[in-house]
Design a protein around this ligand. Sequence first.
Ligand SMILES: [Zn+2]
Ligand SMILES: [Zn+2]
Length: 102
Amino acid sequence: MDIYYCGACGELLSECPHCIVCNQELHFHCAGITKAAYRNLGDRKSTWRCIKCKQTHSIQPPLSPKFESDALILKEIRALSDKLAPLECLKDEVNDFTYLEI
Ligand SMILES: [Zn+2]
Ligand SMILES: [Zn+2]
């Protein structure tokens, strides 16, 4: 049986997920995946990325990961509020309608 050391905490591992991005073996709990979920990946195991690498959204380690992920989150929040904007208008329309009914 192969023996690995966890890329996150440095402890010994036996069965473990392998991340293609940081090229490390990790504990399931260190990698942010459950054993069952990893087993269910099937063929996708060969392209699996640990939670850390998923968060950076990059094959190469970014120069300033903190900044990049913040910018990304900000972008996602803006995209989300754009999506929600029509709902806000709809809410106003509903309010107007209710008001007219009374
Ligand atoms: Zn670990
Ligand atoms: Zn990784």
